[in-house]
Design a binder for this molecule. Structure first.
Ligand SMILES: *Cc1c(COP(=O)(O)O)cnc(C)c1O
Length: 391
């Protein structure tokens, strides 16, 4: 029998070993690692809210008032006023009847799919959906049909083909902004299909909420179809700078989840300071400061991607703040990551199973708090190192 150590050595040989890096300060554009400052290019703190004074203040006020821990799961005694107020605020933000707070995006996707769908139901799932959606599909025990990434013709054909033997509920589930390629789901077409075939549409807006749409309401607002989405899933740990996640939907759907969703029921609720700071994040995102931060984020995105594209890098045409820099195989990818790190740029390499084999990449993420000049300099360094390693 192989030992754990053999397994780890094999991972190292294949360039597939993963390990943790510790940051000494917060998620600002400059992070301290091993006593050195690095430009942070791999955080999802898109608007720089993770250390925003308004959020920090809201967190401290709630901690003083309610304490650090919530004491129990939501259905027992772990629903405190900030949890309830957050859900009301979030539902108003997304324009739904109701909303439910989950402890993380992973818990939300697994808990929502498991809680709402069962063996009679059919889930249509994009091939590049987040791992938490894939796991949620498995937990639901529903039949799952995976359609090729963003291939609307194929999805339509599948739905057409399945129609005659339809039994239970149908749901189409998709990332809004895809977490590894940075491209968008074709929401207008998905809305059309879900209406035509009487299916539900579930959108995981982890990377859209806060970052896209005039008021930061997410990719649905960006495409003008927010009100067509049935199940709005999103996370609080990315553009909103906090932690946790939500599902916004009709009242009955939320009540079913309160009764059936295992990740919701069997887990101590988030500390009350988290929904308290998330309320403050929503206020900020909807208002003029959020608007300015989004403008900065998108300016930074344009500056950075132009440098890379002009330098001949394949970024898969990403239109978003997630910029994949395709490098191919694990070993060269990690070598590029190491060399950039030595030059003061912190940019993680992404390998299977997070992305398909042969599609390793550096996944750069932009923040409103970056300065355009430092991004231009970083893009030039990336071009240099990628050429050195890949030739
Ligand atoms: C990050 C992410 C999640 C998981 O959210 P956490 O709060 O980090 O658990 C789910 N879906 C997508 C698309 C994500 O990018």
């Amino acid at each position: 029998m192989t030992t754990w150590n053999d397994e780890l050595n094999r991972l190292s040989l294949e360039g597939m070993r993963r390990s943790l890096l510790t940051i000494e300060n917060g998620q600002g554009p400059e992070v301290e690692i091993d006593g050195q400052l690095k430009l942070l290019l791999c955080s999802n703190n898109y608007l720089g809210l993770a250390d925003h004074p308004a959020l920090v203040a809201a967190s401290i006020v709630a901690t003083r008032q309610y304490g650090v821990g919530s004491g129990a799961s939501r259905l027992v005694s772990g629903t405190l006023r900030p949890h309830q107020e957050f859900e009301e605020r979030l539902a108003a933000f997304k324009g739904t009847q109701s909303a439910l707070l989950f402890n993380s995006g992973y818990a939300a996707n697994t808990g929502v799919l498991q809680g709402l769908f069962g063996p009679n139901d059919l889930i249509f799932s994009d091939s590049l959906n987040h791992a938490s959606i894939i796991d949620g599909c498995k937990l639901s025990k529903a039949r799952v049909l995976v359609y090729p990434h963003n291939d609307m013709d194929c999805l339509e054909a599948l739905m057409h083909q399945e129609r005659s033997t339809r039994k239970g509920r149908w749901v189409i589930v998709t990332d809004g902004v895809f977490s590894m390629d940075g491209d968008f789901a074709v929401l207008p077409k998905l809305c059309e299909l879900k209406e035509r075939f009487e299916a539900l549409l579930m959108v995981d807006d982890a990377h859209g909420t806060g970052a896209w749409g005039d008021k930061g309401r997410g990719l649905g607002e960006h495409f003008g179809c927010l009100d067509k989405i049935d199940l709005h899933m999103g996370t609080l740990g990315k553009a909103l700078g906090c932690s946790g996640a939500y599902l916004a939907a009709d009242r009955d759907i939320i009540d079913v989840l309160i009764n059936r969703s295992r990740s919701f029921i069997f887990s101590t609720s988030l500390p009350p300071s988290v929904p308290a700071s998330a309320i403050s994040a929503i206020e900020l995102v909807e208002g003029s400061e959020g608007h300015k931060l989004r403008q900065k984020l998108h300016q930074n995105r344009k500056v950075f991607t132009k440098c890379l594209i002009d330098g001949g890098i394949d970024i898969l045409g990403s239109p978003s703040q997630i910029v994949p820099i395709i490098t191919g195989e694990p070993k060269p990818t990690m070598l590029i990551t190491q060399r950039l790190f030595q030059k003061g740029i912190f940019l993680q390499g992404i390998r299977p199973p997070t992305v398909p084999a042969g599609k390793c990449r550096l996944r750069a993420t932009l923040m409103a708090s970056h300065l355009p000049d430092e991004l231009i300099k970083a893009a030039q360094q990336i071009l240099t190192v990628v050429r050195e390693v890949l030739g």
